[in-house]
Design a protein around this ligand. Sequence first.
Ligand code: ACM
Length: 265
Amino acid sequence: MKAGIIQFAPELGNLESNYQKTEELLKQAIDADLIVLPELANSGYNFSSKSQALALSEPIDDSNYVKLLLKMAVANNQFIVAGLNERSGEKLYNTAVLVGPSGYIGKYRKTHLFWNEFDFFEKGDTGFPVFEINNTKIGILICFDWIFPEAWRILALRGAEIICHPSNLVLPYAQQAVPVQCMMNRVYGLTANRYGTEAGVTFSGRSFVSDPKGKMLYTAPADQDAVFITDIDLSLSNDKMITPRNHALLDRRPELYHPLTDTDI
Ligand code: ACM
């Protein structure tokens, strides 16, 4: 299969421009079976208030952004993962939706909120679902989720072969650390980051694709739109042998890892 990432700079508060940019870049990604867009791709990131965040949010079942993704998934015959400022009643979630040629498939709500996101969003409540697309198992993490090894491990233990990672990265570590998580769990990582500056917050661009041995297959520029698509060799994700006698998952010793005591936490 072919999979990849789209990098762009969503404009805070300009839904129409973000829809147009998304459509323009998805038209350049027609060769991908699976393509990932950044976190909060519909709305931008650095809201000045909860009311601004609310005004820029969309319920999944009545979202012009999701409708656009559905139209492009049919036109390109592909699966798309994209970040969405999701409204659910009065609550907001930092969500990623998964759509495909046959329609809407599911969502993941960001588990680990970053910095001022606590002022706008609820903590995600979906857990870590694994979705099957054309016989391939994919998981989703959103941006700062990357720093929690538990999230990667759960998805790997559930059989995810590719981790889709819509991001608005601010800290400088993920480009180093995510390939290591991919190596330790033997999964592909598709980190679709954004670039640009919003009200003093600068995003790092340099979206990347890591293979299951931690090799960087691509790094985007720091400050330009980018579309990258590559062949995915799922046999690499499914080969969990670190040495002929060491299995990345089965050699774990969970009986020694739990229960945690109060003093461990
Ligand atoms: C982040 O989680 N958007 C840094």
